[in-house]
Ligand binder design. Structure first.
Ligand code: ZN
Length: 242
């Protein structure tokens, strides 16, 4: 079983009727339902920013193999200490999937070390091209996916060079974007995935759910070791001489 936690800011859905009309129970619960249907070996928990301890108390983090993140307008409300704890856990092997506007989320930026900046424009048509068809995240995904309406994200995108680029988004306005990027950070695997603006029903497209499910499997590291640091000073214990 892969223990998946889906974290959502979950404020647009409560404040904007047009978003609530698409995702009445929130993006996190929508993703939970859709991913559960296709992946019976996932144990999925959906949490939100306004839950106690920002939805991620230690007990939840310790029970998570892969963390999916959707944030947008309130990145600053995530405590720095929590973001650092997440980033540290990713370095030790927890998978991390940053969706859409999470390119500016604190955990993602900590892991990237770059600005996360990009160009954007409201509602456009997107064609999402699979550029690494042999990659596990592209398994069963067609050559391209048409997304009738999606927010345009354009280059240049302030990320480090991805370890693998799996999808490129093309927009009807002519822009292109590195829409599906893999990164490795120590023992952790990170996937950034661009589609998923809150006023577009993108997470109802089966191929998009397929990609996110594949990304969970790719990011899952069963040999993750979270116990190497000394609890007093944070440094690893000295190695024994062999
Ligand atoms: Zn957006």
């Amino acid at each position: 079983m892969i223990r998946v936690t889906i974290w959502n800011e979950y404020r647009h859905e409560k404040e904007m009727p047009e978003v609530a009309a698409i995702y009445p129970e929130g993006i996190h619960n929508e993703l939970k339902k859709a991913l559960s249907k296709e992946n019976d070996d996932f144990v999925i928990r959906a949490v939100a920013m306004d839950d106690p301890e920002c939805g991620l108390p230690q007990s939840v983090l310790e029970d998570t193999d892969v963390l999916i993140w959707w944030g947008h307008a309130h990145h600053g409300d995530v405590p720095d200490a929590l973001a650092e704890k997440i980033a540290d856990r990713v370095r030790k092997g927890m998978g991390f999937i940053a969706l859409h506007s999470s390119h500016l989320s604190k955990p993602f930026l900590k892991l990237m070390g770059t600005s996360g900046r990009l160009n954007w424009r409201d509602a456009d048509r997107e064609r999402l091209w699979t550029v690494a068809p042999g990659h596990p995240i592209a398994k069963g995904v067609p050559a391209y996916i048409e997304i009738p309406a999606e927010e345009m994200y354009g280059e240049p995108f302030g990320i480090p060079e991805p370890n693998r680029l799996v999808f490129i988004g093309w927009f009807a306005g002519g822009e292109v974007f590195r829409s599906g990027c893999c990164f490795l950070r120590e023992a952790g695997r990170i996937f950034y995935f661009q589609p998923g603006h809150e006023t577009n029903p993108t997470y109802k497209i089966p191929e998009i759910i397929k990609i996110i499910g594949n990304a969970v499997r790719w990011a899952y590291n069963p040999s993750a070791d979270y116990s190497t640091d000394c609890t007093d000073c944070g440094h690893p214990a000295p190695l024994e001489k062999k």
